[in-house]
Design a binder for this molecule. Structure first.
Ligand SMILES: *Cc1c(COP(=O)(O)O)cnc(C)c1O
Length: 369
């Protein structure tokens, strides 16, 4: 990539393909792969990433909300799209754009059947979500009979898949809990399947589930963070390449003396003569105000320069004392060498939050190696 002269998020499409192929190598040939592209494909660009995954041969895509699915259909994405958390008020749009809802309780199931019937749909594909311990969304195991009677009374919808979600797939301290979730899901699936005249597909694992629970692949896996280059598992990280690099530039350099302060509320007070640099990226770009005052850094010529004072809306200031650098130099907030999860950790956050926070104001630039 040429040197940047403004704040950019560079997206490596070659790395996306490599992560995709690595994840494929970890699942059986018969297991399908669903690529999760919610939240602008984890802060990158959902439209570009969905098209790229489609070209790679992904079996399914998933988004959180209906409007995210509509945006993909608008640019011609034709792969089946699961909407993980649709709101009933958007069910008509969902059907109109051939999106497939996750239905997670009796009320949304009934509302969806009603709309599918009004729209004269036959066997409209839906996915039933089961709660096996995350206690977020999903039918409980005890609701199977009720669901089956609803399903057997309609031809407007047909269950493409049954799925559930692991609460702590990356955390091996919770292995027993994850195993119990998997076995609960097996029981639910067996029970429902025995009462329907057809066999819905099953899926449960996210990225860390693929890596830690190879026996829980079922018919499909759902991977998000792995495609974007993070495994959540230190020993696995070497097999993944982060696709996003957040870069900016040095706008101005100041030499300040002992007792001088930097930024709003004079939060940083210098205890000697130091050199500071101002970078055009702030909390409006997704660099949380929880950074600063010693938390977080920016790489300047390969050296960590700490963020000092309070993060402003459009700027941060860093301490570059002892680093040979000048105005116009490129700096890196995160990338392949200094990974986003390490920066996020400094404020007790995770890669997911930092990546998805990068605001739409930051220009996305795509490249292949
Ligand atoms: C976001 C999400 C995923 C993807 O999880 P990763 O950890 O990013 O692989 C999978 N399934 C569901 C239900 C999700 O909400």
């Amino acid at each position: 990539m040429p040197k940047t002269t403004e704040t950019v998020l560079e997206i490596d499409l070659t790395a996306l393909g490599e992560n995709y192929h690595y994840l494929k190598s970890r699942i059986k040939d018969t297991t399908r792969l669903l690529g999760v592209v919610k939240a602008f494909a984890y802060g990158s660009d959902a439209l570009v990433i969905a098209k790229e995954l489609e070209a790679l041969g992904v079996d399914y895509l998933a988004v959180a909300y209906v409007n995210e699915g509509v945006a993909l259909r608008d640019v011609g994405v034709r792969t089946p799209i699961l909407v993980l958390h649709p709101q009933p008020e958007n069910f008509e749009t969902l059907i109109h754009r051939c999106l497939e809802p996750s239905l997670y309780n009796e009320s949304v199931l009934k509302q969806f059947i009603k709309i599918a019937s009004e729209k004269k749909q036959l066997n409209y594909p839906v996915h039933l979500k089961f709660n096996t311990g995350l206690n977020r969304l999903g039918f409980n195991e005890t609701e199977v009979d009720k669901i089956v009677s609803e399903l057997n009374a309609t031809s407007n919808i047909k269950v493409t898949s049954l799925f559930s979600h692991l609460a702590a797939s990356e955390d091996l301290k919770e292995k027993c809990f994850s195993e119990s979730q998997i076995s609960t899901f097996r029981n639910i699936a067996k029970n429902i399947s025995s009462k329907l005249s057809y066999q819905p597909k099953l899926h449960m694992s996210n990225t860390s589930g693929i890596l830690n629970y190879p026996d829980a692949q079922f018919d499909m896996v759902r991977t998000g963070i792995g495609l974007y280059g993070f495994s959540n598992i230190p020993e696995e990280q070497k097999n993944f390449t982060p696709i996003a690099t957040l870069k900016s530039v040095i706008s101005q350099i100041h030499t300040i003396k002992k007792g001088d302060t930097v930024g709003y509320n004079r939060a940083f007070k210098s205890d000697g003569t130091i050199v500071t640099a101002t970078i055009p990226i702030g909390h409006a770009d997704g660099i949380s105000r929880a950074y600063g005052n010693g938390k977080g850094w920016v790489m300047v010529r390969g050296i960590k320069a700490p963020i000092i004072g309070n993060v402003c809306m459009d700027m941060i200031m860093i301490n570059v004392t002892g680093i040979v650098c000048e105005e116009g130099d490129e700096v890196v907030l995160f990338g392949n060498d200094n990974k986003a999860d390490l920066l996020a950790e400094t404020i007790d956050s995770i890669s997911y939050e930092l990546l998805t926070a990068i605001s739409q104001r930051v220009k996305r630039v795509f490249y292949r190696k």
